[in-house]
Design a protein around this ligand. Structure first.
Ligand code: NAD
Ligand code: UGA
Length: 474
């Protein structure tokens, strides 16, 4: 098709979308777009054939990610106008609009290691779009990217246009969904952000969202503001968590209660009451990597003071996780060697099976290092994932006096049998109302509850005979 024909079709309306990356963002985001725009054919592609097979599974319990409400959306759209495929080239060639939704983790080696984003997957899929696209294609950055990445994408696409019957427009459209509430966040977003300077492309993308999002909530900015807003939003959210966790430690030392402090300050409408829940430190795939990326960018642009300001948010978070692990050891008479400890929750937050950067990992590793025997319960995380995260298979370590072991428990009560302590790490609903009398009865005494989320019924646990430590309670 000549460039001009497809260009004018793109102006009229987007008919075919390709999304590269069938992960936590690509899958749910495209499912909602397909659900709300039945006239658009949406194909989500990925190099990972097992992941695509799981997305195509008839058994919805086998979907690659657990997200409340996702199954219902998929049931409506999958096979109708939502498809999952490994044929990346074909989906790109057919598309008017291609979303890049691939992973952008922190670099582990080379320049910027430990801070900068690793952009190899973004570059690889951009090159694939450059090669496989036909006619006019709108390329949308959905991944979270360092500010000015669009420049790289434009340069690669521009080189591919020379002498070819193809053209491109590049937009930034960062995603703000949170795991566990992704479907609601996508269906009722606070805002949709679109950055770019190609008016036709901006309109085409805005028109898709206008199927269900009020126009006033669709914000348009230049490319760089859009890219930087995403990093900034995550940095501000994470900063609130580090702020409240720093105050939690002070509450514990002074007799104040962080929940009361959070309520008191959150009632000030200038501060607001959300994201003030003290806990074991933030986890998840993005907060840490995005702040580190911000730190790297500030350093790159010569803003050393700004870099160290944001670096402190990450440091406080690491400290909070380490502080909790050490406190457990200290309360258990300064040794956990050979002791059974029940760990309730392994996901980085409730309502997801995602364990990336979960506080549970660092806390578990510190306790394993001390020789503890962990009995882990989580309603959605599977043992294979925990084996990878802890870099050791389940089972009691033969050399238990130097390094601990772990096993999976089928229920919170079974995790606690013979345990000296139970640590609540994830705020799963079922941990709010545990039967503390039954738990106390099966534990070794003195029995401890360490509630890192301040969600358990501490009074009931105390009444049952447990010793109780709750984050932020003096
Ligand atoms: P993910 O790791 O779950 O998924 C990324 C997928 O991209 C993987 O399945 C991988 O196989 C695939 N992929 C990588 N390179 C490819 C290529 N060249 N061709 C085809 N497939 C390829 O990651 P995610 O959690 O979905 O995050 C994706 C991006 O969205 C990241 O930049 C992240 O920062 C951002 N983000 C994530 C969230 C979240 O809640 N997870 C929220 C907002 C933004
Ligand atoms: C976060 C942001 O909330 C999303 O807007 C963003 O799109 C996403 O990162 C991303 O870019 O990946 P997510 O990490 O999925 O979403 O989940 P959050 O609800 O933000 O929780 C992150 C971590 O902070 C969790 O470990 C959670 O337990 C912790 N948290 C959250 C607290 O400790 N206290 C709070 O008050 C809130």
């Amino acid at each position: 098709m000549p460039v001009t024909d497809k260009y004018f079709m793109a102006l009229a309306a987007v008919r075919k979308i390709c999304c590269i990356g069938a992960g936590y963002v690509g899958g749910p985001t495209m499912a909602v777009i397909a659900d709300r725009c039945p006239e658009i054919e949406v194909t989500v592609v990925d190099l990972n054939a097992a992941r695509i097979a799981a997305w195509n599974s008839l058994d919805l319990a086998q979907l690659p990610i657990y997200e409340p409400g996702l199954d219902a959306v998929l049931q409506r759209a999958r096979g109708r106008n939502l498809h999952f495929s490994t044929d990346v080239d074909q989906a790109i060639a057919a598309a008017d609009m291609v979303f890049l939704s691939v992973n952008t983790p922190t670099k582990t080696r080379g320049v910027g290691a430990g801070q900068a984003s690793d952009l190899r997957w973004i570059e690889a899929c951009t090159r694939q779009v450059a090669a496989a696209a036909k006619g006019h294609t709108i390329v949308v950055e959905k991944s979270t990217l360092p500010v000015r990445t669009a420049e790289t994408i434009q340069a690669i696409l521009a080189a591919a246009q020379v002498g070819e019957d193809k053209s491109f427009a590049v937009l930034s459209n960062p995603e703000f969904l949170a795991e566990g509430t992704a479907i609601n966040d996508l269906e009722n977003p606070d805002r949709v952000l679109i950055g770019g300077n190609d008016a036709a492309a901006l309109n085409a993308l805005a028109e898709i969202y206008e199927h269900w999002v009020p126009t006033v909530k669709i914000l348009r900015t230049n490319l760089w503001s859009s890219e930087l807003s995403k990093l900034t939003a995550n940095a501000f959210l994470a900063q609130r968590i580090s702020s409240i966790n720093s105050i939690a430690a002070l509450c514990e030392a002074t007799g104040a209660d962080v929940k009361e402090v959070a309520k008191a300050i959150g009632s000030d409408s200038r501060i607001g009451n959300r994201f003030l829940q003290s806990g074991p430190g933030y986890g998840g795939s993005c907060f840490q990597k995005d702040i580190l990326n911000l730190v790297y960018l500030c350093g790159y642009y010569g803003l050393a003071e700004v870099a160290s300001y944001w670096q402190q948010v990450v440091q406080l978070n690491n400290w909070q996780q380490q502080r909790i692990a050490r406190l457990v050891v200290q309360k258990l008479f300064n040794t956990v060697n050979g002791k059974r400890i029940a760990m309730l929750g392994f996901a980085f937050k409730a309502n997801t099976n995602d364990t990336r950067e979960s506080p549970a990992i660092r806390i578990a590793k510190e306790l394993l290092e001390e020789g503890a025997q962990l009995a882990i319960h989580d309603p959605k995380v599977n043992p294979d994932q925990i084996s990878k995260d802890l870099a050791q298979p389940p089972g009691l370590d033969m050399a238990a006096d130097v390094h601990g072991g772990w096993s999976m428990a089928p229920s919170p009560l079974e995790a606690c049998i013979g345990a000296d302590a139970v640590i609540v790490v994830t705020e799963w609903q079922q941990y709010f109302h545990l039967d503390w009398q039954a738990i106390y009865a099966v534990m070794r005494k003195p029995a401890w509850l360490f509630d890192t989320r301040a969600i358990a019924d501490g009074k009931a646990a105390l009444a049952a005979g447990m010793q109780v430590w709750t984050v932020g309670e003096g």
